[in-house]
Design a protein around this ligand. Structure first.
Ligand code: ATP
Length: 250
């Protein structure tokens, strides 16, 4: 039986008459890794922006964990446990790795700024922050100033700050973009590991990563779903090959 944590129905976005996403239905199964792929301009980012309520949809509905969130604010959506991992720029570069995770925890716990300034409260967040750094393999870098981290470790820190918000559904935006193949392998393993207790919806261009991680793939092209299913199925689909490679003969 289907157990979708996220259900979008008839989701559309028009920008000044241009239809970026057209009448899209999406079911993300609880506990799965679901990848959203497609050529440049297919509408993937627009879908993410609509699901997390960063932009309003032109039409359609979004139900997350049994609640209609179609008109919710981005903060309300995040507070319900649907959290988007931001790009590296969201990390405070001149704070230590540990402090970045503590700030994220403090934000999640809703501690006031005044309260947060109390060093006792900050100390009390240490254990939880260190546990999160352990989870992403950054414990030994806790005192490093974040700007000094290698690129792949910055992405791991970004995942730790997202985990600090205690997500049940994590949306990852091109998590391996711009990485060396060694870092791609590490982040792939990390995503697999953190997915054990959570659901993940990811936009990813690297098809090897998608193949190794995703239970289900939705292929978008020009704002419409071209194919959907497990990797072995969609990668054989002639329409997908055509959209990606410009030919079916590959
Ligand atoms: N704010 C906007 N105003 C007008 N057009 C937009 C806007 N945002 C996106 N678009 C258009 O909508 C289409 C889908 O864009 P989107 O960024 O969602 O695609 P994408 O699949 O994420 O692409 P990429 O893989 O290159 O990031 C594109 O044609 C884009 O130019």
């Amino acid at each position: 039986m289907s157990d979708a944590i996220l259900q979008a129905r008839g989701l559309s976005k028009k920008f000044a008459g241009f239809t970026a996403v057209d009448n899209m239905d999406l079911d993300v199964e609880r506990g799965s890794i679901h990848a959203l792929i497609g050529p440049n301009g297919a509408g993937k980012t627009t879908v993410f922006n609509m699901l997390t309520r960063f932009i309003a949809s032109t039409s359609g509905s979004i139900v997350y964990d049994g609640t209609d969130i179609t008109r919710h604010s981005p903060t309300a959506v995040a507070n319900r446990g649907m959290v988007r991992s931001f790009q590296i720029s969201a990390i405070f570069p001149h704070l230590s790795v540990l402090d970045n995770v503590r700030v994220a925890l403090q934000q999640h716990l809703g501690l006031s700024y005044h309260f947060w300034r109390s060093s006792r409260v900050l100390e009390s967040l240490n254990d939880r922050a260190m546990a999160l750094l352990e989870e992403v393999g950054l414990a030994e870098f806790a005192d490093v100033i974040s700007v000094e981290l290698a690129y792949g470790r910055k992405r791991a820190l970004e995942i730790a700050t997202t985990l600090a918000l205690d997500p049940r559904l994590m949306l990852l935006d091109e998590p391996t973009q711009g990485m060396s193949s060694e870092d791609v392998g590490k982040v792939t393993a990390l995503i697999q590991q953190v997915s054990a207790k959570r659901t993940i919806l990811m936009v990813e261009h690297n098809l090897k990563v998608v193949e190794s991680l995703a239970d289900k793939i939705t292929v978008l092209n020009r704002g419409e779903i071209l194919a959907e299913g497990p990797y072995a199925e969609v990668s054989r689909d002639p329409a997908v090959r055509q959209a990606y490679m410009g030919t079916e003969d590959v």
